[in-house]
Design a protein around this ligand. Structure first.
Ligand code: MG
Length: 449
């Protein structure tokens, strides 16, 4: 395992006790305190066992730079994104390594608008740390901490009030849902949302104790217990949240994982059905299903680099109605400009309730594509090998917006550096699984050479 600290668009991420130590957390939170001009800062964390330790140092840095801290405790990442502008705070720090394994943790920085810092703002923060220019306050200007545990409840209420959500209709359907929160932060909020929507909830791993019973990335291979439980309980569907509740995966009533790409596709189809001729924003790694759905509803899709901050900012800029990332991250700007598994679950249940169809039926109506995703180790030969790939597929339409994406009429392939792990992500989408798999295998050979 590589232990280097990763600082980038997704914040500062490292392995606890190795690259992510208390002094590192302190430096970055103090620098953020300076950027927030000693104003109010909201802090929340996922349930990782390292969370309390990192939170203590983060709060210490903020207090030392004169910030007043509102501690939300264990909560979803999108809950912090909602609380920051509502509390008129200067910013927020979320302590979570999202879907990374248990040994990781991270600080994610949110601006006063509730959106992750832009690359430029992040750079300002990183420069303060690198150039050792942090300024601390004297004894009489130290900040204060208050604890506010109301925000998960507030978050749920805001979802129930959305104009797209007909609470009465969903309640009438009495859906039976199996929910797997991987013992992440979802446990403190997701079961309550589903119960408020009248669902019978079968809770798997909703303890929020940070002891992940399986790899926390909500990809099909990690959802076997959820699939089995859906079948066993004859549930209408299964939901999986990643540890900080910004990604949502769905399991059909047949116990089959639909794949993360389907989450945003279903949500987009539902919303565009309500409001055609709208703008949608997603990243460049997301399925072509979105392009087809957008055409179906006479709408327009904008593609950005991978990373919530890029998608969120573009959504604001073009006044998009829905957006997100193909990894199960749904953004509904009407609520807030961040990926939110909670709003994703509510939209899917509303879609089921209004259509009267099963989730596998709704998924079968989506454009038929097959996506294969792989990871490879990031080596020093990466750029050279990327050029080799570019030559191999030179007949395709090339985009270098994020890594390398090559589009042909019937398939596309993308190879890019991960923002969150020292890895290379390889994605192919084609009309058959075999074809997509072959594209990825061929690319892997070149990337590993
Ligand atoms: Mg996440």
């Amino acid at each position: 395992m590589q232990n280097d600290l990763m600082a980038g668009i997704s914040g500062v991420r490292g392995v606890v006790g190795k690259s992510l130590t208390p002094d590192i957390a302190l430096k970055y939170s103090s620098a953020f305190g300076n950027l927030c001009r000693s104003g109010k800062v909201v802090v929340g964390r996922d349930s990782r066992t390292s969370g309390e330790m990192i939170k203590s140092t983060v709060i210490s840095g903020l207090l030392a730079t004169g910030c007043s801290v509102v501690d939300l405790g264990i909560c979803a990442t999108p809950t912090v994104e909602i609380a920051v502008p509502e509390l008129k705070a200067w910013g927020g720090i979320i302590i979570t390594a999202s879907h990374n394994p248990i040994q990781w943790n991270a600080l994610k920085f949110v601006g006063s608008d509730g959106i992750f810092l832009s690359p430029k703002e992040n750079q300002k923060l990183f420069d303060l740390v690198e150039n050792d220019r942090i300024k601390y306050q004297p004894w009489n200007k130290i900040g204060k901490v208050s604890f506010d545990s109301t925000w998960s409840k507030n978050h749920i209420e805001k979802i129930l009030r959305l104009k797209y959500i007909n609470v009465k209709l969903i309640r009438q359907k009495k859906f039976k849902v199996v929910l797997d929160c991987c013992n992440g932060a979802g446990g403190v909020v997701s079961p309550d949302l589903l119960k408020a929507l009248g669902c019978t909830v079968i809770e798997l791993n909703c303890q929020s104790n940070g002891l992940f019973p399986h790899d926390p990335e909500p990809t099909p291979k990690n959802l076997t217990s959820l699939c089995q439980a859906v079948k066993k309980h004859h549930a209408d569907l299964g939901f999986a949240n990643d540890p900080d509740v910004d990604r949502l995966a769905i399991v059909s009533e047949k116990g089959i994982p639909l794949g993360e790409e389907v989450t945003l596709a279903l949500a987009t189809r539902f919303i565009l059905g309500k409001k055609p001729k709208s703008h949608v924003v997603t990243n460049i790694s997301t399925s072509r299903m979105i392009d087809d759905i957008v055409k179906e509803f006479d709408s327009k899709v904008y593609r950005t680099k991978v990373g919530e901050a890029h998608v969120a900012r573009k959504l604001k800029q073009v006044k998009g109605i829905i957006g997100g990332e193909g990894n199960g991250g749904v953004i509904l700007p009407e609520l807030h400009c961040g990926r939110d598994a909670l709003v994703g679950m509510a939209l899917i249940l509303e879609y089921l309730a209004e259509s009267g169809k099963s989730v596998s039926r709704l998924a079968s109506e989506l454009p038929p594509y097959f996506m294969v995703k792989e990871k490879a180790r990031l080596t020093k030969n990466f750029e050279r090998n990327l050029s080799k790939l570019k030559r191999k597929y030179s007949a395709g339409k090339i985009s270098t917006l994020d890594g390398l994406r090559i589009d042909y009429d019937d398939f596309w392939l993308q190879v890019r550096k991960s923002n969150t792990e020292p890895q290379v992500r390889i994605i192919a989408e084609a009309r058959s699984k075999h074809e997509a798999g072959k594209l990825v295998a061929d690319a892997l050979k070149i990337i590993n050479s």
